[in-house]
Design a binder for this molecule. Sequence first.
Ligand code: TXA
Ligand code: MG
Length: 346
Amino acid sequence: MTKVIQIEDDFSVLDEAAKSLSQGGLVAFPTETVYGLGANALDPEAVANIFVAKGRPQDNPLIVHISDQSMLSQVVSHVPPAAEKLMEAFWPGPLTIILEKSETIPVSVTAGLSTVGVRMPSHPVALALIEKSGVPVAAPSANLSGSPSTTRASHVIHDLTGRVDYIIDGGACEVGLESTVLDMTGKIPQILRPGGVSLEALQAVLGQVMYEPALKDSREVPKSPGMKYRHYAPRGELYLVEKKHEDKLRQMLSDYRAQGKKTGVLCCGAKQYEADVLLNCGKTAKAYANALFDALRHMDDMGAEVIFAELPCDEGGIVPALMNRMLKASGGYVLAEDVTIKVERL
Ligand code: TXA
Ligand code: MG
């Protein structure tokens, strides 16, 4: 049985969920990035249940969430000075820092790695829940594996009802994309996943920071074929469209509709297209990032079979994270001159 808890001004409604969390239960909760599916990070059985509830591959490590830096000693073996600087600058907030793990963290959390990702979220409900539970909380995004992440409680209710003990409804998430994952265990700090804290912001604090080489520049239209797997994917086919290919998009929409396919378009700002489902995801990349997962889920609800998503036009900030999620969700299909090219990256 899954119990949904509505948040009120008084956070005492969190008490029973926090107790369940500390005793091995699964609790989905809001963070400023996306909803998380939490379990006691010190309890290997509870952690194993996360993988079952999500249908998540065992080899994908979980992020451990804390509400206070005093919890760090339970999670990591030590905190290097550069990581301390990061915590001061970006915590609480959308930055996950990879450090050497402590002995108390079970290997099921880290998928056998000697390192662990740790983050202090800024959402007041997340902080209160972790604090009340008294334990560090392992939490992946609260979606079924492969589906778009959840940014509204309704998404979590859709994916995880009957699979978890509690779902805490704290409204819509502020950022809408997951945290930046930064590996601090090598010589040069490397971004493994772009997210809510930008490369430029990290460089301002640390000096040298780079994207992990495999991520590459997410703005360049890639050329190599082949793509490993889809992630964040809607059920329909998803194609990304650069602004200069608007005409091509109109043509393809008309072709697909003539074939009787249900079509959808995600637009940057208000646009007119002849599509069955037309969603305005906002003019800025920030608004688009906030709307993306909700929009992809809406396309599923509406039964869209072929979906086109305009790419954001701005630069920097959240754009690399947004591009990363869009490329993964589409399996790397980007609409170019006369062909649809499939790309290998991100
Ligand atoms: O914003 C977020 O980070 C959300 C909220 C709930 O905090 N969580 C989230 O978790 O996105 P998840 O499990 O969906 O993604 C975690 C990412 C994965 O790509 C995983 O491979 C990576 O972090 N990760 C976790 N621990 C790692 C480690 N020790 N080394 C390398 N990558 C790690
Ligand atoms: Mg995820």
